[in-house]
Design a binder for this molecule. Structure first.
Ligand code: UGB
Length: 623
């Protein structure tokens, strides 16, 4: 055994004494390949000899010891610059955290320039038109590696229905929206220049298998499997102390404990997978990032992409008006005393103290508009692909990280539990040069932002006036947005009623749903709704077809119309029936399926007029 060890060490040019600081490792070197010995050397050089402290001699647990190095190899390969960089970065960030260093020291915040959209005005419609021209040159990226602990749902979040009128899950809605944008763009481009919009999904060990199953068991929801690319993010090593000693898994001494690194991983994965270069080679121009549970987002995508194009933004962060001190990050321009500046998301708990420290004694306050001048980050980003790839060539996708250790006491020498480095996708602009064009687009919250993040109990406890961000509010927001859009298009829609579900008081509007292929822009909605139309508050309307035209319709009940693309259907007349009724359910009633009880209501489909036009042709639906 000794001679095997010595020969492999001499091949590697390593002095056997080097390993004497870790006797338990040294006695096991004969088990290891030359690559594994290199990794062992790196670990010792980086002060990680404790990892081998409890290793028995050769002959005991040998497979587990090799397995340990398989994990080390993965951790090393999956971090830009490997474990050496990870440990070095961790030491620096832990030292800064111990000192209480403010990451924004020396920076003064001001309000950056951006575009504020008003839904449905001429400007908005022009931006939408440009967005549709551009969207064929875009790729979409969904970050869906988070487990959603705050929501407490047992499945993956993208499998959750965004609304229960049709039961469409988030992933289906996203894919239908991308396909509808693709269709709209291809109709504009005509004949030869047709595109398939690529869709990448970042998963993690927590979500990967179930995301693949969801896609495969539903034939990719109508998208070509080759259009969809899954990129799985890996967890990163946990840290036990300020010297960044890697934490041994409490359940397995041959494993390093790991935890999620955050959604910022999406940049390095897109880069290392080669996807970005393949998109560039295919002539694409834009990459749109979005999160797992925002059922409204695609209503804001065409106009926001139009803004990116017209304003030539390299980075466009989508934002909503934000009440001062509201618990979402604010987008701010930060200018350093040395002249550097950047436009970046500043988390809400950092923005107020930063303003106070830089000559604004009242901190983050509402201005004459009733909102903070710093718009709220909803973490949906549009990046121009060319400059993005150039930047990533420099950084390999590494994003400025942070560490958030929970210290045992004020000496800040020991942690309550292991910590790790984390990164956020919206921190991408932090490494950009001042010449980069970084802006934002503000839209109405009702149009673009209604995430599902909180479980019913926590949602019911949010301070009055703050958004619930629950399955209940997420669904109601879709009905409100569709009602408001149709109202703007001239349909007479009743005011909502207030109802309480799972302890949350919400506005209940008419339950109006259309499939994205019916309309992806406001002007498309307007072109499909004409005459004198009215929809009562208790009504439900589902439009599932591209060429369905609503004309002189009076609806008081439930109407469901479906059609194939080649069928042109005119829907009108007076329709009245018992309709679909919302019935309260208790979130604790385990006899009700989880995806229903977390919203606090189910739909009793008492009576409806349902029509399906499955053959091409021209039709009129009159009751
Ligand atoms: N996600 C991953 O893909 N991988 C991970 O390791 C972690 C998350 P959360 P968060 O919408 O208002 C963000 O947990 O991180 C995915 C912004 O940072 O829902 O608390 C996950 O699947 C914050 O500035 O949100 O906060 C999900 O799709 C604010 O804008 C997404 O990342 C906030 O979102 C976000 O994860 C918001």
């Amino acid at each position: 055994m000794a001679s095997t060890v010595e020969s492999s060490l001499s091949r590697l040019n390593i002095d056997a004494d080097f390993f004497s600081s870790a006797a338990n490792l040294q006695s096991n070197l004969g088990l290891l390949s030359s690559e594994q010995i290199e990794l062992a050397k790196m670990l010792l050089q980086m002060g990680q000899s404790h990892l081998f402290q409890h290793w028995p001699g050769p002959g005991v647990d040998d497979d587990e010891k090799k397995g340990f190095f398989d994990q080390v190899a993965r951790l090393n390969a999956n971090y830009p610059g490997g474990l050496v960089s990870y440990i070095k970065n961790a030491r620096e960030l832990l030292a800064d955290s111990k000192e209480g260093k403010n990451p924004f020291d020396g920076f003064t915040p001001s309000v950056p320039t951006g575009e504020v959209l008003t839904f449905g005005d001429v400007n908005f419609m022009k931006f939408e038109e440009t967005g549709i021209q551009e969207v064929g040159d875009a790729a979409f990226v969904l970050v869906a590696g988070g487990l959603g602990e705050r929501l407490g749902y047992n499945g993956i979040k993208v499998a959750l229905p965004c609304e229960t009128t049709t039961g469409t899950c988030f992933l289906l809605h996203y894919i239908e929206s991308i396909l509808a944008l693709q269709g709209a763009s291809n109709r504009l481009r005509g004949g030869e220049n047709q595109r398939e919009i690529p869709f990448a999904i970042m998963t993690s060990d927590d979500t990967h298998k179930r995301t693949v199953e969801l896609l495969e068991s539903n034939d990719y929801f109508g998208m070509k499997p080759t259009q969809v690319k899954l990129l799985k993010q890996e967890k990163v090593a946990c840290l036990d102390d300020n010297d960044a000693r890697l934490a041994v898994d409490p359940h397995n001494k041959y494993k390093i404990q790991t935890k999620p690194h955050g959604h910022g991983d999406v940049h390095s994965l897109l880069y290392s997978s080669g996807l970005l270069n393949s998109w560039l080679d295919a002539g694409l121009k834009w990459v749109l990032f979005f999160q797992d549970t925002n059922g409204l987002l695609f209503k804001a995508i065409p106009a926001s992409l139009g803004v990116s194009s017209v304003r030539k933004f390299h980075v466009n962060s989508l934002a909503v008006p934000r009440k001062a001190k509201e618990a979402i990050g604010g987008i701010a321009k930060l200018t350093h005393a040395d002249g550097r500046s950047m436009v970046i998301n500043v988390e809400y708990n950092q923005l107020d103290p930063l303003l106070r420290a830089t000559g604004h004694p009242d901190g983050d306050v509402n201005d004459e508009t009733g909102y903070s001048p710093f718009p709220g980050n909803i973490n949906q980003l549009i990046l121009e692909l060319g400059p993005y790839v150039e930047e990533l060539k420099k950084t390999r996708g590494a994003i400025k990280e942070f560490v958030n250790p929970k210290y045992k006491d004020a000496s800040k020498t020991a942690f309550k539990s292991s910590t790790r480095l984390e990164c956020m996708m919206q921190d991408y602009p932090k490494t950009l040069p001042p010449t980069a064009r970084v802006g934002f687009t503000v839209m109405d919250t009702w149009l673009g932002y209604a995430p599902v993040k909180n479980n019913p109990e926590d949602a019911a406890k949010v301070p009055k006036g703050n958004p619930y961000h629950s399955a209940t509010s997420g669904e109601m927001a879709i009905y409100r947005a569709n009602s408001l859009i149709l109202r703007k298009a001239g349909v007479q829609i009743d005011d909502p009623v207030h109802q309480v579900f799972n302890g949350q008081e919400v506005e209940v509007w008419s339950r109006i749903i259309w499939k994205p292929k019916w309309a992806v822009t406001y002007s498309e909605v307007k072109s499909k709704v004409t005459g004198n139309c009215s929809i009562s508050q208790r009504s439900t309307m589902v439009i599932n077809g591209r060429n369905i035209f609503v004309e002189d319709l009076s609806l008081d009940g439930a109407l469901v119309v479906s059609s194939v693309d080649d069928a042109e259907v005119k829907v009108g007349g007076s329709i009245q029936n018992e309709g679909w009724v919302l019935e309260n359910v208790d979130c604790k009633d385990s006899s009700v399926p989880e995806e229903i009880r977390i919203r606090g209501f189910r739909i009793n489909k008492a009576e409806q007029l349902e029509k399906n036009y499955s053959e091409p042709g021209k039709y009129e639906l009159e009751p």
